[in-house]
Every structure is written in C-alpha cells, then in structure tokens.
Design a binder for this molecule. Structure first.
Ligand code: SF4
Ligand code: SF4
Length: 480
C-alpha cells in the first residue's frame, strides 16, 4: 500500500509515475459554469474549423493554403510566395498578442481554444465516456481481465476513434487542397493518387495516436507554449489557483481548526493532467478550469462559499491588490500592437497586381541598320482573387517606337506571365538619359496603375557617351 508521502509524491508528478512511466489519466466528469462555457466555445470552434474551407469569399474558400502551387487564400485576399514578408508581421503581431494575453489571463488559450483541447474534449473524451462509462468504471474495467464486455467496448471505442481521426484529418486536409480535389480523392482508388493517400493516411494515424493515446502528453512534452508559461506570467497574471489561506489546514467537515478544503480530492480526479492544483501553479496546468467547477460543487454541498479554487492572481490569492498594468504587459502589448498594425497596413496597401519591367536575356541592344532595338519582358502577376485583364500601354516620348504584341492580357487569379515588349529608336538620336516608359493597369479597377521605367541602351558613339559600353558597339551589343 502506498504511504501518504508516496501518494502525495505521485500526485505531484501528474501523469508520470515515480519510475518515469506514464500514468494514463482518466479524468472524472464535471459540470459547472466554466465547463458549460467551454462546451459553447468548443461547439463554436469545431463548427468554424470545419466550415472555413466550405465558406466562399471572393470565389475561393475563406481559408485555403495551396502549398503545392504556393497560392494562399485568406478571407477574400490572395497571396503568393512573394507576400511571405507579410507573414512575419502577422506572426509576430499574433505571437506578441498571445504573449500579452498569457501575461493577463494565463493559459486561457490552452483551456478554451487550442485545437488539441477542442477536439480531445469535444469529440474523443465524449465518445470514451459514452462507450466505457464514467471514470471509476473505466479504471475498474481496464484493471479487470479480458472479457466480452471489455473487448467489444474497446473495439467499438477505437473504431470510433479511427473514424473520428479520419474525419479530423480530412478537415485538416481541406485547408490545403480544394474540396473538389478532396472529394475526388475520396471517390478514387488509393492506387490512383498514392501520394495524397499517403498524406491522408499518415495524418489520420497521427491524429488517432495523438487523441486516443498521447493526449495530455502533447501539451506537456511537445507544445512549447506551456513551457513558456512560467516566464510569461507573474504574480499579477490571472491563473487558476487554490486559496491556501482559506483552504489550509485541510480537514473533514466539522474537524476543529480545519480550513475550507475538505480534502475530497475532487479537484484532482477531474484534472485532465492529473495534477493537484493545491500544490500551486504547475507547468502541467492547461487552464481548463475543471478543478474550479469541481471545487465549487463541493463547496455548495458543504455550504461554504465558492471560489476556494478560482481564477485569481497569485497576489490576489495572497490577499494583496493586483496590478493590471505592469512593464512586461505594456511591452508585450506594444510589440503585439506594432506587429498587428504594420501587418494591417501592409495588407491594406497590397496591390491587385504586380508588374515588373525586365530586360530580356541576350544582348542589351541590337543595331539594325538605322535603328537600335531594346527588348524587354514585362512580368505580370494577377494578385486579385478573380480572373482579370491587365492592360499595357506605351507612354511614348523620346522618339521611341513600341511594339507590344499582347497589350491586353487576361490572367487567372494568381497566374503570372511574361509579355515581350520591343522598343526601337533611330540610331544616334537617343540621348543618354532616355527612358523607356510604359504603364500597366487592371481593366475595370480605378486607381491601380503601375509605371514601368527602364533606361534605353544604345551604342556609345551613336547616342553620346554611355556608361555601359565601349567605343563602337557596347559589350553585349549586337549589330544585325
Ligand atoms: S489544475 Fe485545474 S485548470 Fe489546471 S489542468 Fe488541472 S483541472 Fe485544469
Ligand atoms: S475540490 Fe476543493 S475541497 Fe476538494 S480537495 Fe480540491 S480544493 Fe479541497
């Protein structure tokens, strides 16, 4: 039999036993205001996660990350690989906002919104509870020898876990491939799309292993966010804590001199990471608030005020006033704000198309009798979410003649093309400062016009002194 010190020591280790092996956690059911709130949030988030690829904004899914073709669609905006710099500001803004949120409210993200929590609590634990019963039954059945009852429940549970994992994997994949493509893959034999099938199977297996077996270990071992918690929070951050002053010394109801904690361990058995919140804030606490609801339930039963375990700051739990603004919070908030503001302005100032005037490969100019010729390519990218026509126009001047074989270019969303442009001028009549000038605009879109300017290159002796040529034909120049 475990001594009291051993038992306490095992409690402190959460889901690890003293020998380092894992203790599989079977959290008990709990009800209460925070559990109900979490259910509402889980339901809404699962609906949002599943619906985003189905909702169409500007002719594309609300969120579609087409990595293979490096095209990204976000709520009607389209991005390509050249927009990657925007991600830096977005990620840093969101990252510092999350850090500021942690400094304010602890691990509220983990407890309410992280997909690991949402799918584990929203799907898998529900199925487990439904098939195998409450915590005590599950523990008893697991410890019992093999029986028909045990086998059919395990088989059914894992079959449903596998089906759920397939569903979650397909929801995940729908962010990275079009729904048409996904449905096509589902209908076709795996032999016809082995690579896609491999991805789907691999992700489904990972989902199954994670949610059926790994569970809270993902938060404890894999996720870096939990490990940052101790440096992100301080004595004024809102955490889930136990009121030591009020609760200690623990004792049964009626015991003389005892505090409010009746040592029922209800807060421990509901904990999904099997820790005892009475030992203070721990790395393993994912902020689920199950221990608050559990303890409130007990306090109601014994007729004591709720809130022995509650949302409070460490300062508050010690009976001291809580500061809202602290230097670290101000710093995190400013950094988050800077990132988000820069990202917002950068997104807002994005143009509907890209146009770049590039000198064509080969000699920089060709002398053809009495004229000199420069050849360019205009690289066009339609960055709007729909098909559009880009119009190229020569601005004239400086005696140039422009030949634009395709002045009107229809392009699909995020498609790109190189359009050749040939510019000629009379030999010897072009000044050193002469510039080729064109404009690119999008048909039907006001105010979106790009000016494209490049120097016109000609032989030095014919067009005056040029910095890039030798007397006679410039290097690379060619007479025909
Ligand atoms: S200590 Fe409480 S809030 Fe933290 S994980 Fe356990 S039950 Fe959830
Ligand atoms: S649920 Fe409340 S009363 Fe029971 S052990 Fe936990 S803190 Fe003490």
């Amino acid at each position: 039999m475990a001594t009291e010190s051993t038992a306490v020591s095992e409690e402190k280790q959460g889901s690890l036993l003293q020998d380092g092996s894992r203790k599989f956690v079977h959290p008990a059911d709990v009800t209460g205001r925070f559990t109900r709130l979490r259910w509402v949030v889980f339901g809404a988030l699962i609906a949002i996660y599943a619906a985003l690829p189905w909702i169409t904004v500007g002719g594309h899914p609300a969120v579609f990350l087409d990595i293979q073709r490096r095209r990204f669609y976000l709520f009607g905006e389209t991005f390509n690989a050249q927009d990657a710099w925007l991600v830096f500001f977005l990620v840093s803004g969101v990252g510092f906002a999350l850090i500021a949120m942690t400094a304010l409210w602890g691990r509220v993200w983990c407890g309410y919104a992280c997909p690991q929590t949402v799918f584990l609590e929203g799907f898998y634990r529900r199925v487990e509870r439904w098939i195998e019963g409450p915590r005590e039954q599950r523990i008893r059945r697991n410890a019992a020898p093999l029986s028909f009852d045990k086998v059919w429940r395990k088989v059914l549970k894992h079959a449903m876990f596998a089906a759920l994992s397939l569903l979650v994997a397909h929801i995940f994949l729908s962010y990275f491939t079009s729904l048409d493509q996904l449905f096509q893959w589902v209908r076709l034999s795996p032999a016809e799309h082995p690579e896609a099938f491999g991805w789907m199977a691999g992700i489904s297996i990972l989902m199954y292993l994670n949610f059926a077996w790994f569970r809270e270990q993902f938060c404890l071992i894999v996720c870096p966010y939990g490990r940052l918690q101790s440096v992100l929070t301080d004595r004024d951050s809102i955490i889930i804590g136990y009121d030591v002053k009020r609760g200690e010394p623990r004792g049964k109801v009626g015991k003389e001199g005892a505090g409010d904690c009746v040592d029922c361990r209800r807060c421990v058995v509901v904990c999904p990471t099997a820790i005892d919140i009475r030992h203070g804030l721990q790395l393993e606490c994912v902020g689920c608030a199950a221990c608050i609801d559990a303890c409130d339930e007990i306090m109601d039963k014994v007729g004591r005020p709720r809130g022995l375990v509650r949302y409070d700051s460490q300062a508050g739990l010690d009976g001291k006033p809580r500061r809202f603004w602290r230097p670290r919070l101000a710093l995190y908030a400013v950094l988050g704000l800077v990132g988000l503001v820069v990202a917002t302005f950068s997104f807002a100032s994005r143009t509907q198309f890209e146009a770049n005037l590039l000198r064509a490969q080969g000699p920089p100019f060709v002398v053809d009798g009495a004229v000199v010729r420069n050849t360019f390519n205009i690289h066009l990218v339609n960055k709007s979410p729909q098909r559009a026509t880009l119009v190229l126009r020569a601005e004239g001047g400086d005696g140039f003649e422009y030949l634009i074989p395709v002045p009107s270019v229809p392009l699909a969303s995020l498609a790109s093309i190189n359009v050749p442009v040939i510019v000629t001028a009379p030999l010897g009549k072009v000044g050193e400062q002469a510039r080729v000038k064109l404009t690119a605009s999008m048909e039907g879109v006001e105010g979106e016009q790009r000016e494209l300017v490049a120097p016109f290159l000609a032989p030095r002796h014919a067009g005056g002194e040029r910095h890039d040529g030798e007397p006679g034909d410039a290097p690379g120049g060619h007479r025909s």
